[in-house]
Design a protein around this ligand. Structure first.
Ligand SMILES: NC(=O)c1ccc[n+]([C@@H]2O[C@H](COP(=O)([O-])OP(=O)(O)OC[C@H]3O[C@@H](n4cnc5c(N)ncnc54)[C@H](O)[C@@H]3O)[C@@H](O)[C@H]2O)c1
Length: 252
């Protein structure tokens, strides 16, 4: 039996980057995967790729900042799959490095709406179906930006990821008795995904690598492996934890 056989896994931001890698890995491990994103063409391409490999998935248009979209997405998930076992709140907007004096209210609100409100809404709407199914696992994709490594962080991004870290612990404490676990992962700089363009600049890459004990960027599959561990029953006694995937950057 495959590791996620019979499970329904909803991955937000699954149309590209780390989320697409997760969607494919969960499908390969036997899960029925629901991919929610605003990038419809890319999301449908991931669904087709999974189908070509014999996996099961469903792409849904889901703007994580919209409560109406979440209600529709959870409804369709239950209609198609009958249950929800795992929610990976992965969708996110990247940092737009600028000092706070240049961060507008609009920029702050936009990043908070996707990165923080999106996780709040997803979690809020996942609880009832998970409870009905006897439990579940929520994995929130935060960042090492949430851990207070502030020198090079952009305030809105770091604050949004800090909100995700704290929300995770509150949910873990409040729903543990109902068999619903909630954990966060904190990637450092990953090769690919939203920072891809930054690392093609050799000066920026070298400066970043000098602050990573392992001396390299992370790989998407390393984030995927951590998320799958927290999503699976292998981590059945783990809730409210924060797992760094950062080559040791947080202890530098
Ligand atoms: N790449 C890194 O180095 C890194 C490091 C730490 C944390 N992270 C986190 O990992 C997660 C995935 O990042 P990535 O590198 O794959 O980024 P990415 O930009 O490649 O992918 C993000 C995905 O989220 C989707 N998205 C954006 N806004 C959305 C919305 N409102 N509703 C639904 N989907 C939306 C995008 O369409 C895209 O498919 C993010 O939460 C990010 O903050 C990434």
């Amino acid at each position: 039996m495959k590791r996620f056989e019979g499970k329904t896994v909803l991955v937000t931001g699954g149309a590209q980057g780390i989320g697409a890698a997760m969607a494919k890995a969960f499908a390969a491990a036997g899960a029925g995967v629901v991919i929610g994103d605003i990038g419809d063409a890319a999301g449908q391409a991931v669904q087709a790729e999974i189908a070509a490999l014999g996996g099961e998935s469903l792409y849904l248009h889901l703007d994580v900042s919209s409560e109406a979209d979440w209600q529709a997405a959870i409804g369709l998930t239950l209609e198609h799959r009958g249950r929800l076992d795992v929610l990976v709140n992965n969708a996110g907007l990247g940092p737009a490095p600028a000092p706070i004096e240049q961060c507008t209210v609009q920029a702050w609100d936009r990043i908070m709406a996707v990165n923080a409100r999106g996780v709040f809404l997803g979690t809020r709407h996942a609880i009832a179906p998970m409870r009905a199914g006897g439990g579940g696992s929520i994995v929130n994709v935060s960042s090492i930006a949430a851990l207070g490594l502030g020198a090079l962080m952009e305030v809105a991004y770091a604050a949004s990821k800090g909100a995700v870290r704290t929300l995770t612990k509150v949910i873990a404490a409040q729903y543990a008795r109902e068999g619903i676990r909630c954990n966060s992962v904190h990637p450092g700089p990953i090769d690919g995904g939203m920072l891809h363009g930054v690392w093609s600049d050799p000066t920026k890459l070298e400066r970043r690598l000098s602050r990573i004990p392992m001396g390299r960027l992370g790989r998407m599959d390393e984030v995927v492996a951590a998320v799958m561990f927290l999503a699976s029953d292998e981590s059945s006694y783990t809730t409210g934890t924060e797992l760094t995937i950062d080559g040791g950057a947080a202890v530098q």
